[in-house]
Design a protein around this ligand. Structure first.
Ligand code: MRU
Length: 357
């Protein structure tokens, strides 16, 4: 996607495969900065602190984290310690464990002196597959939007950031929106601010703005009201993990939007590439929900009048804050799951495994 006139992906290797570039998402929307990541430890830190974030991007970042490990040391011991370090960086998005396991499987059977080469090649493949999958999600989602579209502004509500910043490119939930906008459809996006980290207000609004897609940022509490007023035609969200029976684990607050959409008969879709589907988990209660630092709830970051970015406290000193980062929307509230292989009802999701590209 473009930032100004320049095309960017969210992660890319140095041409000599000595380090990796990322976009530092903690600086957005106030500054666009890239960072160089030189070690597995730095990559795990970037994932933990959300310099890179979003399930598909976390997967690609972890794959490159494994490649950085093999650059340092091609031994079995180092391979396993890198695996542990990366897997422990964030628990909820299944793409992370999926990418690390895939790297591990390939590297275990590679000759030791070829592990570095093999790792960079596999990480690049994982990243490229994500781009292709998301582009296809865009096309399948575009078909859906067209099937509901009438000759007036089509309002889509989204939660958190599931745009190109959350992936290697194109995005998941935003990919159909970009495709619709590029096809000349009159789409407008209601962007949930998504407290506490404000991925909607900071990231989704920023990237939609870069692409020229009309959008309006709303408080997380406004969606239900807008739906009652007939101002939402469709909800599209991303996901961090989808269970085999179609339950959708996504950023905290998604469940409430799904309840409101259900009550107002508004189609509610989750857009996910297949590595986000966890075929091993049938019961969502087995998903580990990341509990993040309470400081993310107690404080907020913003741009002050003098142009500096500052963090201020929101709650009384001494009050406790809790910060569960994800919730689960049960399959019964979900109209469909948009994947690179087509759109499936939750009950039919398993058919995805039988479908070739
Ligand atoms: O905690 P984050 O910002 O890494 O959250 C993940 C997400 O970006 C969202 O939950 C998103 O909707 C799914 S990832 C495309």
């Amino acid at each position: 996607m473009k930032v100004g006139k320049q095309s960017f992906r969210t992660i890319w290797p140095d041409p000599r495969c000595k380090f990796v570039h990322i976009i530092d998402q903690t600086q957005l929307p106030f500054a666009f900065k890239t960072l160089q990541i030189h070690s597995t430890e730095q990559m795990a830190h970037a994932i933990k602190t959300m310099q890179v974030r979003g399930a598909p991007l976390i997967g690609a970042a972890a794959a490159y984290g494994m490649a950085l490990a093999m650059l340092e040391d091609e031994s079995d011991e180092y391979l396993l310690s890198a695996t542990e370090m990366l897997k422990n960086s964030r628990p909820t998005a299944v793409n992370l464990a999926w990418a690390v396991n895939r790297m591990l499987a390939v590297l275990k059977v590679a000759p030791h002196n070829r592990r570095n080469f093999t790792a960079w090649r596999e990480a690049a493949e994982i990243a490229q597959e994500d781009v292709t999958q998301n582009q296809r999600i865009g096309q399948h989602g575009l078909g859906l939007i067209k099937s509901h579209y009438q000759d007036k502004t089509f309002n889509i509500l989204t939660h958190c950031n599931a745009g190109w910043l959350a992936t290697v490119d194109y995005g998941t939930a935003l990919s159909p929106i970009y495709a619709a906008h590029d096809a000349g459809l009159n789409v407008h996006v209601w962007v949930d601010e998504t407290r506490p980290r404000n991925q909607g207000a900071a990231l989704t609004a920023w990237e939609l703005g870069q692409h020229g897609v009309p959008h309006t940022v709303i408080t997380d509490n406004a969606g239900g009201h807008l739906m009652q007023q007939g101002l939402v035609d469709m909800v599209i969200v991303g996901a961090d993990r989808v269970t085999a029976n179609g339950d959708v684990c996504n950023k905290i607050g998604t469940y409430l939007k799904a309840l409101a959409a259900f009550d107002n008969q508004i189609p509610f879709y989750a857009a996910v590439p297949s590595p986000t589907i966890d075929w091993e988990i049938a019961d969502y209660k087995n998903i580990e929900i990341e509990e993040r630092d309470s400081g993310e709830v107690a404080t907020i970051q913003g741009l002050t009048a003098d142009g500096s970015v500052q963090t201020v406290r929101l709650i009384p000193e001494g009050s406790k804050a809790a910060n569960p980062a994800f919730d689960v929307t049960p399959a019964r509230l979900i109209t469909g799951i948009i994947t690179e292989k087509g759109v499936f009802s939750p009950a039919e999701l398993v058919k995805l495994t039988l479908k070739s590209d």
